[in-house]
Design a protein around this ligand. Structure first.
Ligand SMILES: [Fe+2]
Length: 365
């Protein structure tokens, strides 16, 4: 399809929007596909009433009572998003997920992870990536809360860096690799004998018991192994002249969803650049945003541990106060994890108890 324009339009998206007007991006394929920018007289979020199930959601996950078992929050056939909490100490079993790859994002806490490939370390802000079927056992040093993102239809991959090169976003050398020598030392120091493996397969649990420890690997080679990546080792892409779409912050790619990380960064410098997220309809994707840390100025009344869920099908954008707040800011100071799902997500009933039912009104001035 050829590019076409009528009436008021901008030369560059998200920049020099005519005074007193609002831009809305309508795009396919999650910021990669055909896209148009509409210049409107009013913000796209000016609904006066919503009747029916399609609506934006805000949840306060801090109010959930969490356990080491994953508490499912949102799900479909390709993906589950859960929370889990571990108190200090060694888990009494290793866990193996035969349903898919697992990302644990450490929202709070600190500790180690024992795997057959070696010892991994994690702390607040670490992603831990565990490929399907790899046993892992937590040794928690500081009470830990994880956002858990289970990939049931593919395997996690790095994002395409394209024209910005292989070392953009994060250098592969920054990943935390499993250390077999440290694992042996750790097991000896803490006198660990792991003889139980809990396996999740088809959402059912089976326990395998052994007479001797399962950690008996003396060496390995290959490119399949668990690893960590910390937000401090991630280098956000940006343009000092115009706002880049969320896809610029992609951290891991799955077949049916992406995981993005929004990090503290300077705001755009051009006087006519949009500095808050643009109004948009991300037509093909359900969007989930987990607020990890910092000052979330783009929305009102947000604190760390909250999660928004914006199903595809309606436009969204910054809250009115954010548009004013940003005028005095030169940097963002927020760290958030976004999961964009190609297939619609369902809400677990447990979220009903921690939902702000008036969230859909929060864009009204
Ligand atoms: Fe969005």
């Amino acid at each position: 399809m050829h590019h076409y324009s009528q009436g008021k339009s901008t030369k560059q998206a998200h920049k020099a929007i005519p005074e007193g007007f609002y831009e809305e991006e309508q795009g396919l394929k999650g910021f990669f596909g055909p896209v148009s920018h509409l210049i409107k007289r009013k913000p796209s979020t000016r609904w006066s009433q919503i009747e029916g199930p399609l609506r934006p959601h805000l949840f306060d996950l801090v109010k959930l009572e969490l356990k080491p078992e994953w508490q499912r929050l949102l799900y479909n056939h390709q993906l589950t998003i859960s929370m889990a909490q571990h108190s200090s100490g060694l888990s009494d079993h290793a866990f193996k997920n035969a349903d898919g790859d697992t990302i644990y994002f450490c929202h709070q806490g600190q500790g180690h992870l024992l795997t057959e490939y070696g010892l991994l370390e994690y702390k607040k802000g670490s992603y831990i990536i565990i490929p399907k079927c790899i046993p892992h056992q937590f040794f928690v040093e500081k009470a830990t809360q994880f956002l858990v993102i289970e990939n049931k239809s593919s395997h996690y991959e790095e994002p395409e860096r394209g024209m910005v090169g292989r070392h953009a976003v994060y250098d592969i050398n920054a990943i935390g690799k499993p250390n077999l020598e440290l694992l042996d030392q750790f097991i000896e120091k803490h006198k660990i004998e792991t003889t139980k493996v809990k396996i999740k397969h088809n959402n059912e649990f089976t326990h395998f018991m052994y007479n001797e420890t399962i950690f008996d690997v003396v060496g390995w080679k290959g490119d399949l192994f668990p690893f960590t990546l910390h937000v401090d080792d991630m280098m956000p892409l940006m343009s000092h002249r115009s706002h880049l779409p969320p896809s610029a912050h992609t951290t891991f790619v799955a077949r049916d969803f992406v995981v993005c990380t929004f990090l503290p960064r300077p705001l755009e410098e051009d006087h006519d650049a949009l500095k808050v997220p643009f109004y948009h309809q991300n037509i093909d994707y359900d969007e989930v945003l987990f607020y990890h840390d910092g000052d979330f100025f783009s929305r009102d009344n947000l604190h760390a541990g909250m999660m928004t869920f914006h199903p595809a099908g309606f436009p969204h954008g910054p809250h009115p106060k954010a548009v004013n707040n940003v005028k005095s800011k030169t940097h963002t100071d927020e760290t958030a994890v976004m999961i964009d799902s190609r297939q619609p997500l369902k809400k677990d009933p447990i979220l009903d108890g921690v939902e702000f039912n008036e969230y859909w009104k929060s864009w009204q001035t």
